[in-house]
Each structure stands twice: as C-alpha cells, then as structure tokens.
Design a protein around this ligand. Structure first.
Ligand SMILES: NC(=O)c1ccc[n+]([C@@H]2O[C@H](COP(=O)([O-])OP(=O)(O)OC[C@H]3O[C@@H](n4cnc5c(N)ncnc54)[C@H](O)[C@@H]3O)[C@@H](O)[C@H]2O)c1
Length: 257
C-alpha cells in the first residue's frame, strides 16, 4: 500500500485507446499518481508520439506502449500476455477505447451496428477477461469501464453507441458479481460531454453547443482533466469497497430535466 490512499506508485496500469483524447489524459492522471503506464492504441505512429511525450514527462522507465485491436480476441489475449510477461502484472485496467457512429436507426447498417458494439462493449469483455485472469490469481485488481451519459440517456442517431454504453454498465455489474469476491473492484466512469477530437464537430456546431451549455447545470463542456481525479480514486486503495458502480461525471446533466 502506498503512503496515502491515492498513491499508485509501482502499480501497472493499462489504459486502452490512450494514444489521444480521454484515454491519454486518464493515463497521465494515473502516471501523476505514481503508476507505471502501458499506453495502448491502434495507430503505431500516434502511439509512439504519445509514448515519447509521456517518457519525457514521467520518466522512460515508467512508460510502455502496445498496439493491438481490442475487438480481436486473439490479438487481445496476445497483447495482455505480452504486457504481463514484459512489463509485469496489470493491477489497473481502464477500458477506454471506443468509437461513435452517427446515423438515423433506419439507415444504420448491420456492419456499423456491429463495429460500434464490438469496439465499445465486446472490447471491454475481451480485455477485461484476459486482464482478470491474472488479477483473480493474485487476488487484487481494479477495472474501470468508460461509459457515457448514453449509458442512461438516449438521443437520436446514436442507437448503437447508446446500446453499447448501456450494456457496458451491466457488464460492469456482471464482472462485479463474479470477481468482487476475489478482491477485484470493477466500476464505470460515465463522462458527460467532453471536448475532444471525437466531439470537435459538436463543439463547432453552434446549435448543439448552446444546447449543451443550457442542458448542463455546470454550464460548460467537460474537459479531459475533469475525469482524472475520479479515475485515480477508482484505481486506488481509496475505493476498495466501491463495487459495480457507474459514476457520472457530467456537470450534473443526468440529474436534471
Ligand atoms: N468525448 C466525449 O465527450 C466522451 C463522452 C463520454 C464517453 N466517451 C468515451 O470515452 C472514450 C474515449 O473517447 P475519446 O473522445 O477520447 O475518443 P478518441 O477517438 O479521441 O479516442 C479513442 C481511442 O480508442 C482507440 N481505439 C478505437 N478503436 C480501437 C480498436 N478497435 N482497437 C484499439 N484501439 C481502438 C483509438 O485508437 C483512440 O486512441 C470512448 O469510450 C468514448 O465513448 C467520450
């Protein structure tokens, strides 16, 4: 145990999709708290650039990076096995990789539906399952699944995403049902509208932007930095009796109508 409840020194944290956006900031937050970071993404060049930036910021010896497709069961099993053999036991897993696809339901292709489900939901099952094998054997581990306000609330044109993120909350509960007794804590973080590359088009859309500002009690978009504190908490000893919860970090959006 670290010198304080939120100290992650010496703990290995894998954050999927951390070459950019929310995952990158979550990884930086965990690194700030002392963790050894395994960065992950699909694009080797983006990943290498982020790894170089992190090595400079946090020290080369605490930064690793691995690229594999989180929707490919074999690639996931190989990736997790390689990390555990080469870096060490994964103590913290953040299932962050995700994609969006906007189209009305009647125009939604099965292939796109499947791709969104695979990337946002099946990936958490695949990576979670492989990481949990070691965590269960060691009797400790933290898994954080990145959900969304769409875990709870629907909007037109994002049906597959909404279904996937709703499913992710129940997967969080299912993992808790099976793994909490062995010392794992599995929880979800549900960010509200966060300004990233994924949402830049929405920020640029004047009508949507003013809807967000009016609909959010805090009166602003979230920033990636807003998510780091809750992630550190859920990755640390400070949350050892928090099991199966999904914490909404949304400026109050989901508690008002
Ligand atoms: N931006 C927001 O406002 C917002 C709000 C709520 C939830 N989220 C969730 O946060 C997470 C990150 O979103 P973001 O805005 O940073 O997106 P982003 O597009 O900037 O980053 C997504 C990351 O996932 C990776 N990824 C995607 N598909 C992958 C695959 N098949 N295999 C491996 N890696 C893959 C990408 O390489 C990238 O690093 C997602 O799960 C998203 O649904 C975002």
């Amino acid at each position: 145990m670290g010198s304080n409840l939120f100290d992650l020194t010496g703990r290995i944290a894998l954050v999927t999709g951390s070459s950019r956006g929310i995952g990158k900031e979550l990884a930086a937050g965990l690194a700030d708290a002392g963790a050894t970071i395994v960065l992950h993404g699909r694009n080797a060049a983006t990943l290498a650039a982020t790894a170089a930036e992190f090595a400079q910021r946090f020290g080369q010896e605490r930064i690793y990076s691995y690229a594999f497709d989180v929707t490919d069961a074999q690639a996931v099993a190989g990736g997790i096995a390689a990390i555990e053999a080469e870096v060490g036991p994964i103590r913290i897993l953040v299932n962050n990789a995700g994609i969006q696809h906007r189209v009305p339901l009647l125009e939604l292709d099965v292939a796109d539906w499947q791709r969104v489900l695979d990337t946002n939901l099946t990936s958490a099952f695949l990576v979670g399952r492989e990481a949990a094998r070691g965590m269960l054997a060691r009797g400790e581990g933290k898994i954080i699944n990145i959900c969304s306000v769409q875990t709870d609330l629907a909007r037109p044109t994002i049906a597959a995403y909404t279904a996937a993120k709703g499913g992710l909350r129940n997967l969080t509960r299912a993992m808790t049902a099976e793994w909490a007794g062995a010392g794992l804590q599995v929880n979800g973080i549900a960010p509200g509208y966060i300004h990233t590359e994924m949402t830049q088009n929405l920020v640029d859309d004047e009508k949507f932007n003013s809807w967000i500002l009016g609909r959010t009690p805090a009166g602003r978009w979230g920033t990636v930095a807003d998510l780091a504190g809750p992630a550190v908490w859920l990755a640390s000893d400070g949350s050892d009796y928090v099991n199966g919860q999904t914490i909404f970090i949304d400026g109050g959006m989901t508690v008002v109508v």
